[in-house]
Write a protein that binds this ligand. Structure first.
Ligand SMILES: Nc1nc2c(ncn2[C@@H]2O[C@H](COP(=O)(O)OP(=O)(O)OP(=O)(O)O)[C@@H](O)[C@H]2O)c(=O)[nH]1
Ligand SMILES: [Mg+2]
Length: 288
């Protein structure tokens, strides 16, 4: 009993009623929060679309270490906690990779098995970034005893979202928490990884210690280079319209002033702009 004094009784609700009310209130609040997340997400996505950087999304089972990895790669203060669903409102941040490529790195909410059906739609809404991503980093806790089952669950959800988890060009498996493996287990994991074909080889890392970050960024850079061609071209002096078109449709990686006011540019394009670019700048030279 609450609100009364033992045998004196008095008005009050039983503990179970109070718990029920508190849980009901929390559920309503979480549902409202999810609505808000959906709304702000679509706004963010709209503004991000104007940034022509490739999107790299961190996906994976809850507690796999996505936010820790996000922090390590961005040095941002995103909530990393040993609790479920620490990331309900995902975060994105633009970062520059070691060789100069800019990407938009996006942290997403963790997947979990047997999600109640009422929640599936709401969770999916927070994963829309993943659907639009150029590259997905599937972060796995390889020190977890259920790591295989967790990976299978994540892959099933990716398929549901229309993403082929076996497409090595798009999905990179990040085998996290390497620091928790003993020598023997680590050697075994490295062996398994080494036997996968290069274009879909997992990267063993520790988001906590920073081990393997160089290999991870190299894997991302390789995929972006393949999915976003880079061209060199020269604009004549005063060709502001072409320059504006390039700014709107691609990313200008470098510019140098040439003779007579000409402008030598290197630009990176999303694949779907390559055709329009080729028609407009037939003399451009593909670099990579
Ligand atoms: N030992 C070790 N612990 C790690 C590593 N990466 C993350 N962790 C820990 O694992 C726990 C979960 O990490 P998070 O980064 O919050 O996991 P998450 O994938 O973002 O989880 P959700 O947001 O719930 O999906 C935290 O206690 C981290 O400190 C790692 O490489 N090694
Ligand atoms: Mg997280």
């Amino acid at each position: 009993q609450r609100g009364g004094f033992g045998f004196l009784g008095g008005p009050g609700e039983t503990q179970i009623e109070a718990d029920r009310r508190i849980i009901q209130e929390r559920m309503s609040k979480i549902e409202r929060d999810l609505e808000q997340v959906k709304r702000t997400r679509s706004l963010h996505r709209a503004s991000r679309k104007r940034v022509p950087y490739p999107i790299v999304a961190l996906v994976g089972y809850t507690n796999a270490g996505k936010s820790t990895l996000f922090n390590r790669l961005t040095s941002a203060e995103v909530l990393a906690q040993d609790m479920l669903f620490a990331t309900l409102d995902p975060t994105a941040r633009a970062i520059k990779l070691p060789h100069g490529a800019r990407i938009m790195l996006s942290d997403t909410v963790g997947f979990i098995s047997d999600l109640p059906t009422q929640l599936v739609a709401a969770f999916r809404a927070t994963l829309e970034d993943a659907i639009e991503a150029d590259v997905l980093l599937h972060v796995r806790d390889v020190s977890h005893e259920d790591t295989q089952a967790q990976a299978a669950d994540v892959q099933a959800i990716l398929r549901d979202l229309g993403i082929n988890p076996d497409d090595g060009q798009r999905v990179v498996e990040v085998w996290n928490k390497a620091d928790l493996l003993d020598g023997e287990e680590r050697a075994r994991q490295l062996e398994v990884a080494a036997h996968r074909p290069e274009e879909s080889r997992p990267v063993l890392v520790s988001a906590l210690t920073g081990e393997g970050m160089d290999r991870l960024t190299a894997a991302v850079e390789a995929r972006i280079a393949r999915s976003r061609p880079v061209y060199a071209l020269t604009l004549e002096a005063g060709d502001g319209r072409s320059l504006a078109w390039l700014h709107a449709n691609g990313e200008i990686l470098g510019r140098e002033d040439g003779a007579e006011g000409a402008l030598a540019l290197t630009v990176r394009l999303p694949l779907e702009r390559e055709g329009a670019f080729g028609a407009r700048f037939p003399e451009a030279r593909r670099l990579s």
